[in-house]
Design a protein around this ligand. Sequence first.
Ligand SMILES: Cc1cc2nc3c(=O)[nH]c(=O)nc-3n(C[C@H](O)[C@H](O)[C@H](O)COP(=O)(O)O)c2cc1C
Length: 327
Amino acid sequence: MADCSTIFMGLQLSNPLVVASCSLTKSLKGIKKCVDAGAGAVVLKSLFEEQITADAQQLEHSMWIAGHSEAIDYVRNISRALGPKEYLTMIEKAKKATSIPIIASLNCISAKGYLDFARQIESAGADGLELNISIMPVEPEHTSESIEHMYLDVVDRVCHTITIPVAVKIGPYFTSLSRMAHEICNKGAKALVFFNRFFHPDIDIDKIALMTGYRFSSPDEMSGALRWIALLAGRVSCDFAASTGVHDGLGAIKHLLAGATIVQVCSVLYLKGISHIQTMLEQLLSWMDEHNYSTLEQFRGRLSQKESDRPELYERLQYIKTFVDID
Ligand SMILES: Cc1cc2nc3c(=O)[nH]c(=O)nc-3n(C[C@H](O)[C@H](O)[C@H](O)COP(=O)(O)O)c2cc1C
């Protein structure tokens, strides 16, 4: 039987299938289910500073109404400390109850938030931290450079504050993704996650109201990450995690061939159940046996742009018959 163990940002994983940050990993019960299904590691549901702040504001508001204005400052500080308490306790419990790497995830609205919570997450015993950074660039006065600087500043400060490995999960919307990937790694990130899949808004035309779009990905969404992993593999010196649209073992194999270190899965586990990880793992192992691969290193990155015999295909944007065989 092939060995599909791997090292991801310095952490030893029994296999490259990792449960992505989502509600399936927001409780100890959910984490244990992922372990039982054979996950190589889990990324916990993100801790959102915005949520903690909103909860604190709600509390402050009710105290104001009740006439306790003098206590508001005190409460503000307490709620900032207590907000993540449940999250930190879960990390501690997960570390005691399981033996796979537990990667926490953090999404903040301020650089201070990132630093404060990153320190607490490290102290709670997480094996790694994934920074879920996403800035919606709606303000016309914000230049691309200033927005990129916000990302890099956070990565720089967090990587210089904690010692556990840091992964950075980004979306695909950068003018120069290649430059950003290099810069993020230069700031000290040990891994990049390509890509976050953001909340999709939709419109209900019967109620004439805004609504939440469909939550889950489909397998044909994986090509964006596949292309970028293949383009950057061997050129950026950090590990790559593939995310978005991986619904079976075959999708995972494609990402590994493109150069991914690990593959994160989320939507398919909601659709087919957490035990689907086991099926994916079996597909990966049987494909490796079929192709006489006994380790991941023997084929990882074989179809990255650097190694491929058709490197131009990854840079191709337009459909032209000579190159893509269709009109
Ligand atoms: C219900 C749900 C909750 C999610 N919560 C988070 C989160 O807290 N933090 C995060 O970084 N990504 C979150 N994601 C995004 C996933 O981690 C993942 O990147 C995305 O769903 C694409 O992967 P997939 O195609 O395998 O679903 C969430 C996704 C779903 C469907």
